[in-house]
Write a protein that binds this ligand. Structure first.
Ligand SMILES: Cc1cc2nc3c(=O)[nH]c(=O)nc-3n(C[C@H](O)[C@H](O)[C@H](O)COP(=O)(O)OP(=O)(O)OC[C@H]3O[C@@H](n4cnc5c(N)ncnc54)[C@H](O)[C@@H]3O)c2cc1C
Ligand code: FES
Length: 473
């Protein structure tokens, strides 16, 4: 995935070779894992970070890096489902996380374009839901005001302005805190056995094991998650030649999200459950942006995914497995910049025996049915569709497949995922995801095979792009 952020660390970090002992091992070198390792080493723990590929090369490379607590209408959702105290805890932890970014950037002298600026939650069509969010924000003592005036080149029905939010370059930030702990790249953790994390080249023995792999990777752990987590995909396009926006903008009812990075405008949106896109996402973003932001020029485009929990709130904390206990941090629901910091603080507090205001709200073992029931039904439906119902999108003849397109082909009772390239050549793979055997869907925006169950992605030849599957098709 090539994005606007430069993921080259400029360092050759070696893979694990042999056994290592430490206080804490963190598996997964995305923003969440790197921050957690950094926090643990700052707390005085001898810490090891394991990354399957390259640090910062996972979903964090595809982010738009707005550091904010404007997570759609999250505050009112939490207040409605868990009460005002929980909304207060969320607001407190997220605002603390934004301040923590600023503190670390200053202390470590990191050149990552960190900038304080307001975030606007805007609605194109109605006021009611945003007014509810405003009421909760005020009850949480947040600096929030109602406005209809924004610098966006189109009218909004209503916007909420939240002060003291921030934006940055996430990869340069990560590079700035990669010190003081042991790092192994190209080191995939294969399984966890009590206090031992086993990899190809050796094992790490640690008092505390933290799994920050976006989708929890290990069999015993992931067995708890297939119905509690799904993956959401969002699409991003950049545009050159627009004056820098003074704020970040987050659309609530289908409107796109906007922020600046130098003279580039970063526009994101068109999100959907992975494997359920209808195609045309980049074209729609480009068409809309070019018509509103006159004079801009088309730049890069990419998509990325994030895990979403049943009730939309991340799962961060300790869980039991048959062989011991581990800490997990997942379910950031496309808001894992601020929330990765919150997760790192929480995991570090739990390990160090300190209190944390978000412990209960983020607990991975919570299950409040009234806020999760609809998502649970959706999750089961996705699994059923993934395994059974998608036959309605199949064909029997490869001649039905247009050029530069993929379809599931059923031939003599066997299904294959078939991509017909621009020259008419066929690229044939198995139709099922190696993770838990859901049937794959064609993603025509990115020309990939995506899994509707938990978001594994494969290129048109079936090579693994991202898990939870650990294998190519
Ligand atoms: C399009 C888009 C825009 C977004 N914009 C924003 C935004 O503006 N603000 C915001 O707050 N959030 C945003 N997000 C969400 C945010 O980017 C994510 O929540 C965050 O990057 C997730 O970080 P992570 O560390 O959990 O995952 P990752 O970055 O994916 O890191 C996980 C790492 O674990 C490694 N790994 C996996 N399995 C193993 C294994 N077995 N052994 C070792 N390593 C392993 C992977 O290689 C990977 O590097 C956005 C998300 C998307 C999709
Ligand atoms: S079945 Fe889980 S990602 Fe495909």
């Amino acid at each position: 995935m090539s994005t606007i952020w430069d993921t080259e660390t400029g360092r050759q970090i070696r893979p694990l070779s042999g056994d290592v002992k430490c206080d804490a091992v963190v598996v997964g070198g995305g923003l969440c894992g790197v921050l957690t390792a950094y926090k643990l080493k700052c707390a005085g723990l001898h810490t090891v970070l394991l990354e399957a590929k390259r640090i910062g090369g996972g979903q964090s490379a595809g982010t738009t890096a707005k550091i904010t607590l404007c997570h759609d209408e999250m505050l009112s959702h939490i207040e409605n489902s868990f009460g005002t105290d929980s909304a207060l805890a969320y607001a407190e932890c997220e605002m603390f996380s934004i301040d923590e970014y600023e503190r670390i950037v200053k202390e470590e002298n990191i050149q990552c374009s960190f900038k304080r600026l307001p975030a606007y939650l805007y609605s194109l069509y109605g006021e009611r839901r945003l007014m509810r969010e405003f009421d909760t924000a005020r009850r949480c003592s947040l600096d929030c005001e109602i406005t209809r005036e924004t610098e966006l080149p189109f009218e909004v029905a209503l916007a909420l302005k939240f002060d003291r939010q921030a934006q940055f370059d996430p990869i340069n930030f990560m590079k700035g805190i990669l010190h003081g702990f042991e790092i192994y790249e190209n080191t995939r953790a294969l399984y966890i056995d009590g206090n031992k994390v086993v990899c190809d080249g050796g094992s790490v023995f640690a008092k505390h094991v933290v799994v920050a792999t976006n989708y929890p990777f290990e069999r015993e752990i992931r067995n708890l998650f297939p119905v509690k987590l799904h993956r959401e995909m969002a699409h991003v396009c950049t545009f050159g030649g627009y004056m820098a926006l003074e704020g970040m903008y987050i659309g609530t009812d289908g409107g796109y999200n906007y922020r600046s990075f130098g003279s580039d405008l970063i526009v994101s949106g068109e999100s959907h459950v992975s494997g359920k896109g209808n195609g045309g996402a980049y074209e729609r973003i480009r068409k809309s942006t070019l018509s509103h932001f006159r004079g801009t020029t088309v730049g890069q485009s990419w998509s990325a995914e994030d895990c979403k929990s049943l009730d939309g709130i991340p799962y961060v904390g300790q869980i039991g497995t048959p062989k011991g206990k581990v800490y997990v941090a997942t379910g950031f629901g496309t808001w894992g910049m601020t929330t990765s910091m919150t997760a790192a603080n929480l995991v570090c507090d739990l390990i160090c025996g300190r209190k944390n205001a978000c412990e209960k709200l983020y607990s991975p073992s919570r299950l409040k049915m009234n806020s999760s029931a609809d998502s649970l039904t959706d999750s089961v439906q996705r699994a059923v569709e993934g395994v059974v119902l998608s036959r309605f999108k199949e064909t029997k003849e490869t001649s039905d497949i247009p050029k530069d397109f993929g379809m599931i082909v059923r031939y003599k009772g066997k299904k294959s995922a078939v991509y017909k390239d621009k020259n008419g050549e066929l690229h044939v793979s198995e139709a099922y995801c190696p993770h838990m055997r859901c049937q794959l869907s064609w993603n025509d925006d990115d020309k990939t095979w995506d899994c509707p169950c938990h978001g594994s992605r494969f290129d048109f030849d079936g090579n693994l792009i991202s898990g939870p599957s650990e294998k190519s098709i």
